[in-house]
Design a protein around this ligand. Structure first.
Ligand code: GLP
Length: 255
């Protein structure tokens, strides 16, 4: 049984190109795909590669709809640390997507519970996600689904862990500025995607990736549920796969 494909790439540039290739294949094969998108440093290179191909006319995003994984609570969309801002800067403004078809959870409303419900029904109305792009947190989180006692199905508000606040503080002036809460798609929203592509780069991700793919399926490592997904592709560099065991469940494609 080989249900997890792993591309082992030599560095961040090749990881980005590989991930961009997988996303462009999705867009070419289904031009009106629903793409689940992620933020963080992991996907930036892939977004830039896709934008370059789009500007050459090789990928067309005009019919694509995107739904992002998450957003901080309390940051206005024009705050340069918000995920709304990130997506515009690193992707949307460089491709021919219709901005009306781009969606992120609303972390800036005072009605956060309504925003969660709205996001779940939006995903449902769209008919689900065709391809979900993911990064992975150092503690095994996906989106902002932090380690906990149970997997949470739908979009929800989460209290960020100290380790996530610390890791993400590099994108803020100081650690105190990092919001303590976020709104995130749940594990159910992510798991229901037809395909999942997870990007992991650097030594810092090796432990989380290994625990997620070879350890027990547990909400203490939220990404571990991906082991059960029917169509999971990992695109990782050598550092993130350092010490990764041989396992019959994995088809490892080394480049
Ligand atoms: C944040 C995001 C995640 C992302 C993670 C890792 O917490 N909410 O979606 O996967 O950071 O980020 P990076 O790719 O910068 O390591």
């Amino acid at each position: 049984m080989k249900n997890i494909r792993i591309y082992k790439e030599k560095d961040y540039e090749s990881v980005s190109r590989r991930a961009a290739t997988l996303i462009s294949a999705q867009v070419i094969s289904k031009p009106d795909s629903i793409l689940g998108l992620a933020t963080g440093s992991s996907p930036i290179g892939a977004y830039h590669q896709l934008a370059a191909w789009c500007q050459k006319g090789d990928v067309d995003f005009s019919l694509i709809t995107s739904v992002n994984l998450d957003e901080y609570v309390g940051l206005a969309p024009d705050n340069s640390a918000s995920y709304h801002y990130f997506m515009k800067k690193n992707f949307y403004s460089n491709i021919n997507i219709n901005m009306q078809n781009t969606h992120l959870p609303d972390g800036y409303t005072s009605e956060l519970q309504d925003a969660c419900k709205h996001y779940d029904s939006l995903i449902q109305k769209l008919g689900g996600i065709d391809l979900q792009l993911l990064g992975i947190g150092n503690n095994g989180h996906i989106g902002f689904n932090e380690p906990g006692d149970n997997f949470i199905l739908g979009t929800h508000i989460v209290n960020l862990t100290e380790s996530t606040i610390k890791a993400n503080s590099r994108l803020f002036d100081k650690e105190e500025d990092v919001p303590r809460q976020a709104i995130t798609m749940g594990i159910g929203n992510i798991f229901q995607a037809e395909k999942i592509v997870l990007i992991a780069c650097g030594h810092g991700k090796a432990d989380a990736l290994c625990r997620a793919l070879t350890g027990p399926v547990t909400p203490e490592v939220p990404a571990s549920i991906l082991q059960l997904h029917k169509n999971l592709t990992i695109v990782a560099d050598e550092e993130a796969l350092y010490g990764f065991p041989e396992d019959s469940r994995f088809s490892l494609w080394i480049y």
